[in-house]
Design a protein around this ligand. Structure first.
Ligand code: NAP
Length: 482
């Protein structure tokens, strides 16, 4: 089956921070893939903007190299040449006056205009102000802003206020790339497109839900930033919170931006404060020939967490009493992101106690190998008594539908196309981000007040022992990080 591509209208996309890591690793390769797929019209224009003084030729070389380094599919040189014809570059200072008139001249009337702020959030205000003052934006223009969106409620409110001075909420696209993943959207299709699951999706049938986002990498060269942030701010407040919302929200009336975002917001607002004994913080030690966290961030006394696990309760009619266990960390055993909806035990087993305990689980895997599996209980084949085993019913769509995974857009490219289309469904609204910080802030404040020191864990492990205990003491277990 070939995935259907609906071309977007021709556009002018300005990428501030065009010489940066994100642009090189994700944005240019992603746009090229959409170009190859026929979704990006050939008369679109991509304007790179950064402080570096680069000729068009040098900038084209940078884009070409980023595509060569970060694209795994085969393509014809002719296609790359045609894509590079869409590329332009303007040297610009986000905080000064250089380049703004040139940028204005480079943009074409009547094209959809989008401005991607792939720069430090400290520059968002200057960019927004200059785009407005130089009359570069139109009523229909969009801006895309990257994470981190603030470091607490106060700074998030300030950022929202700065952007709101020059743009309406309908023009602001706050990216959380987790929302652009195919499986995340499939999660909504599974929940709201089938009769099968939704009747079971509540406290009566669900025992608990686990959300795991584990990384094998350490802080890398983001040490300074990460040490100021930690896993709670870097991962939980945004990515894990978004996954939690999609799993827990009520069915929106329509698959439309504000219907979906209203329901997500209600979930965040229904979250209980988290008791200190329901949180485990960790910091990785050495292991697998890697240095420990403190060496990585060059801060021998750092108390920042590279791992966090929490038990979260949602106080509403659907989820009262169902624990949501969230965990994320760096330098763990494997790179995996998954959501597991674990159903309750049957009220009665006709097979007797020797058949053992069996709980169905729906596993939504975001990476690697995006897909969905359902653990079902069957009879173990062969002679003898009625022995039961759990087997995964694999619903990996690329296999079932015969889709070449290389043609499925990755999160960034899908989201950029949504910006051009003007569809905000998969972007965070300002009030959602603020509500997420309002819930996160007291947790972080509590750590500071208690002078909390994260528990050490070995690199390459599943995190601190206390995280395992968090579930074990309630008669449950984390799924293996594989
Ligand atoms: P980066 O590699 O440090 O690049 C920053 C970019 O901003 C460079 O192109 C730089 O170019 C430009 N810049 C800096 N000061 C400027 C100014 N005064 N005027 C105009 N341009 C300026 O950063 P990054 O990793 O690409 O990250 C960009 C944003 O995305 C950040 O907010 C980051 O938190 C977010 N993000 C990044 C990733 C990732 O994987 N990298 C993931 C999620 C979110 P010049 O030096 O040439 O001006």
């Amino acid at each position: 089956m070939v995935s259907r591509v609906i071309p977007v209208t021709s556009f002018d996309l300005v990428i501030f921070g065009a010489t940066g890591d994100l642009a090189k690793r994700k944005i240019f390769p992603g746009l090229f893939r959409r170009f190859l797929a026929g979704q990006m019209p050939k008369d679109s224009q991509i304007v790179g903007a950064a402080r570096s003084s680069l000729s068009i030729k040098t900038f084209n070389d940078l884009v070409e190299n980023s595509i060569k380094n970060f694209i795994e599919i085969n393509y014809h040189q002719e296609d790359l040449k045609n894509f590079l014809k869409c590329i332009n570059y303007v040297q610009i200072d986000a905080t000064g006056t250089n380049g703004w008139n040139e940028l204005k001249k480079a943009l074409r009337p009547k094209k959809t205009r989008a401005f991607y702020f792939s720069v430090s959030p400290s520059l968002f205000g200057s960019l927004a102000e200059r785009l407005h003052n130089y009359e570069i934006t139109t009523k229909n223009s969009r801006i895309v802003v990257e994470k981190p969106f603030g470091r607490d409620l106060k700074t998030a409110k300030e950022l929202n206020a700065i952007l709101a001075e020059h743009f309406t909420e309908e023009q602001i696209y706050r990216i959380d790339h987790y929302l652009g993943k195919e499986t995340v959207q499939n999660l909504m299709a599974i929940r709201f497109g089938n009769m099968l699951f939704e009747p079971l999706w509540n406290a009566q049938y669900v025992d608990h839900i686990q959300i795991t986002v584990s990384e094998t990498v350490g802080v890398g060269d983001r040490g300074e930033y990460y040490d100021e942030s930690g896993a709670m701010r870097d991962m939980v407040q945004n990515h894990l919170m978004q996954l939690l919302c999609l799993i827990a929200m009520e069915p929106p009336a329509r698959f439309e931006p504000d219907s979906v975002r209203d329901e997500k917001l209600k979930v965040i607002r229904a979250l209980d404060p988290v008791a200190p004994h329901h949180i485990v913080r960790g910091q990785y030690g050495p292991g697998n020939e890697h240095a420990d966290y403190r060496t990585g961030v060059q801060n021998p006394k750092s108390k920042t967490e590279s791992f966090v696990a929490l038990k979260v309760n949602i106080s509403n009619y659907r989820w009262a009493g169902v624990p949501f266990y969230l965990r994320t960390g760096k330098r763990l055993k494997a790179r995996t992101s998954e959501i597991a909806v674990v159903f309750k035990e049957k009220p009665h087993s006709i097979f007797g106690p020797e058949a053992g305990n069996h709980q169905n689980a729906l596993i939504i895997r975001l990476q690697p190998d995006e897909g969905i599996t359902m653990d079902v209980t069957i009879k173990e084949p062969g002679p003898g008594g009625m022995r039961l085993i759990d087997v995964p019913l694999d619903m990996t769509f690329s296999e079932t539908l015969g889709i070449d995974e290389n043609t499925v857009p990755d999160a960034y490219e899908r989201l950029i196309m949504d910006v051009i289309r003007g569809n905000q469904t998969l972007f965070m609204r300002g009030d959602e981000v603020e509500a997420a910080w309002a819930w996160t802030d007291p947790i972080i404040k509590g750590w500071i007040e208690r002078n909390d020191v994260p528990k050490p864990y070995e690199s390459g492990s599943s995190g601190p022992q206390d995280s395992l205990t968090l579930l074990e003491r309630e008669g449950r277990n984390w799924r293996q990080i594989l």
